[in-house]
Design a protein around this ligand. Structure first.
Ligand code: DP6
Length: 342
């Protein structure tokens, strides 16, 4: 296979114990649908903002002589699907590194898992960076983005800070994220309304497969998403926050429409989500630039100017009093921690 043939040799004398930090990202142009499930090749390009909240910190230590990987998640041994996905990811890393050594993975995740808040993005970005260092793989950002993608598609974008575009590509080599420039004056913030922090009923993986397979709205959305991306890049580089918000909102609501038309329908919006959507409409009527985006869950992220975050957060709390509200700005890309930082 092409990717495995091109895997770099192990870096001589590399550390076998590495810790990395990564942040979630929220897509302004969504990734929804794969063209290759094994390689995590998406149907469309996507574009995101990396956040400065909810980091994941992951340590990977090689364990010579161990006969299986050990994964600790927030202090507890990981089991089930989470452990299986991490072990499968480490198998890929070992294949590329020409190693048979098992590892101990210790991960601290501060984002509510499975709630449509991109915990898999920060999780696999941190794991990719730490595992690549521990096994001596290529640590260039593009290689790390391609590697993180194989754990969870959206993780490819969390390798980078601020704004990143993930090029869908046509094979393992050509599918990676890279930074996108935005005008210095943009100063965006996301007010995150966690209306329900519990795990979702349908995983994004299952939901996106069903959407591609059965939704008559999927192809039109994928086509219009191409135009949205062109418009979004222009809006970012000119620093037009209203345009960024309008494009992000239409792209996200379009994605949710594709799911509603799937058979059977996938509906992540809850009554509390809709009251937040109404509150955002009212903010706009009141002259505040506020726009929603939503992922595979009921939580709502409101894009606004940093100077408007208090006003927006108050409106969101009023609309959904039981929700937890977090305020995020653009965050940094994934990186290794130094000994002193651990
Ligand atoms: C709705 O990256 O979690 O958040 O690649 O199957 O692991 P897998 O899916 P995942 O999907 C994220 C979907 C989304 C939109 C986005 O982040 O672009």
């Amino acid at each position: 296979m092409r990717s495995e043939q091109l895997a770099r040799p192990r870096v001589a004398g590399h550390a076998t114990d590495a810790t990395a930090i990564a942040h979630p990202n929220i897509a302004l142009i969504k990734y929804w649908g794969k063209s290759d499930e094994r390689l995590f090749l998406p149907r469309t390009d996507s574009l995101s903002m990396t956040l400065d909240i909810f980091p994941t910190t992951t340590r990977v230590r090689l364990a010579p002589g161990a006969d299986q990987d050990a994964v600790v998640f927030n202090g507890e041994p990981a089991t089930g699907e989470a452990a299986r996905r991490i072990a499968a990811f480490l198998d890929l890393v070992r294949e590329r590194a020409g190693s048979v050594e098992r590892a101990v993975v210790d991960t601290e995740n501060t984002v509510p898992t499975g709630a449509g808040l991109a915990s898999s993005a920060s999780g696999f970005a941190a794991l990719a960076v730490a595992a690549a260092a521990a096994y001596g793989l290529d640590g260039e950002p593009r290689a790390l983005s391609r590697l993180a993608r194989r754990g969870s598609g959206s993780a490819s974008r969390s390798i980078f800070g601020d704004f990143a575009v993930w090029h869908a590509g046509t094979d393992d080599l050509s599918s990676y994220a890279e930074p996108v420039d935005a005008a210095a004056g943009l100063d965006p913030a996301l007010v995150v309304a966690v209306v329900n922090a519990g795990p979702k009923e349908v995983s994004s993986r299952t939901a996106m497969r069903r959407t591609v397979d059965t939704s008559p709205l999927f192809e039109p959305w994928a086509l219009s998403s191409k135009d949205d991306l062109v418009d979004m890049r222009a809006a970012l580089s000119s620093g037009d926050l209203d345009a960024v918000g309008e494009i992000a909102e239409r792209n996200a609501l379009g994605m949710h429409a594709t799911m509603l038309a799937a058979r059977p329908a996938v509906r992540y919006m809850s009554p509390a989500s809709l009251t937040v959507l109404d509150a955002v409409l009212q903010l706009r009527r009141d002259g505040i630039a506020a726009y929603v985006t939503m992922d595979a869950g009921p939580n709502v992220k409101v894009l606004c100017r940093r100077t408007d975050t208090d006003r927006v957060a108050t409106a969101v709390r009023g609309a959904a009093p039981d929700s937890a509200v977090h305020i995020a700005g653009p965050g940094k890309g994934a990186r290794l921690l130094t000994e002193d930082e651990r």
